[in-house]
Design a protein around this ligand. Structure first.
Ligand code: SF4
Length: 324
């Protein structure tokens, strides 16, 4: 690790100003990903701007929906009574992430900003377009068991590692950000990027913009399930995951929100599948067909072909569990 400056921000405005003033600075809150990146020499900020003193730790419910401050720890959000009862999909996804210790440190804003866990990204002896643009992607011809089957490019086939973000994508969340020019709201679907030819960019945030909160609209879903398939039961990233929220009445699906994790550079919303199941009665055949639609267009690499079969099975299981 190299030397760096450390400053504490006392307002969102001063944090953004400090970030813009020194282009090689970064915000830090829980630090559960950033400190690892610094220790391994993947990122080397000259200045860390500690945002932990900012008043961004509130969870509030209004008739319009739920708002969660960016500095709320993942464990606090997961255990919050309102989140558990009104947004159980989010609580399930949060509890599926990382380990209890990490969930205590990691913040909601940091969870959204975490970077891929592609092993080549963390190995500074290997080419990686995300770490060093233009050097190549070691995963395309390398060991790509964990990598993307949707939305990848030849520049990068990494996946987004968050569980929480898969639920937020399904629930049509909005990310509230603050910068030196004011505030804005970014729909969750537009927040993270696909790699295309700029895999070094994970999000559409502008320099200096700070996440202040996440809003989730009120909804009518009465069933939810988050399924995460991983190599071990705790402290492992998803091979594939599925977030399902349904509005079911008398065995009929009145509306659906479905997203997958572990399959793309961003949470992967399944709009076509949602449309397909809406207005239809629950059945095994319906879910099997939905799973096939979900995997249409998947592109696999040498070691991740299993994700198509696993993805289908996970979708069927998640829909079945959600609707039961
Ligand atoms: Fe780097 Fe992306 Fe390739 Fe992984 S998949 S080596 S993060 S460019």
């Amino acid at each position: 690790m190299i030397n760096f400056e450390y400053v504490k921000a006392n307002s969102a405005q001063s944090a953004s100003e400090a970030r813009i003033k020194n282009g090689a600075s970064q915000f830090i809150a829980g630090g559960t990903n950033l400190v690892d990146l610094m220790k391994k020499g993947i990122t080397a900020p000259e200045r860390l701007i500690d945002i932990n003193a900012l008043p961004l730790k509130e969870i509030s419910l209004t008739p319009k929906g739920l708002s969660i401050g960016a500095l709320v720890p993942n464990s606090v959000a997961a255990d919050h009574e309102t989140v558990k009862t009104k947004y159980p999909l989010l609580a399930m996804a949060l509890n599926a992430g990382a380990s209890a210790q990490l969930r205590n440190m990691a913040t909601v804003g940091g969870n959204i900003m975490q970077r891929t866990r592609c092993s080549y990204f963390y190995d500074t002896t290997m080419p990686c377009n995300k770490r060093n643009p233009g050097t190549g992607c070691s995963a395309v011809e390398g060991y790509n068991r964990m990598h993307a089957i949707f939305g990848a490019s030849e520049q990068c086939i990494a996946v987004h590692p968050s569980d929480m973000c898969v639920a937020l994508a399904a629930l049509n969340a909005t990310v509230q950000v603050s910068g030196t020019k004011g505030t804005r709201k970014i729909p969750f679907a537009d927040f993270h990027r696909l790699p295309a030819d700029t895999p070094q960019l994970d999000t559409n945030l502008q320099v200096g913009e700070l996440i202040t909160a996440v809003s989730i609209p009120a909804h009518s879903f009465n069933k939810a399930y988050y399924l995460k398939v991983r190599d071990r039961l705790s402290y492992a990233f998803a091979l594939v995951s599925v977030a399902v929220a349904l509005d079911v009445k008398d065995g009929m699906i009145r509306s659906a929100a479905i997203a997958m994790g572990g399959v793309a550079h961003k949470p992967w919303r399944l709009y076509e599948v949602e449309e397909f199941v809406t207005g239809k009665p629950i059945s095994k055949e319906l879910f099997t067909e939905a799973a096939s639609i979900a995997m249409t267009g998947a592109k696999t690499y040498t070691h991740n072909q299993y994700k198509i079969k696993l993805g289908k099975a996970a979708i069927i299981e998640a829909l079945t569990k959600a609707s039961s």
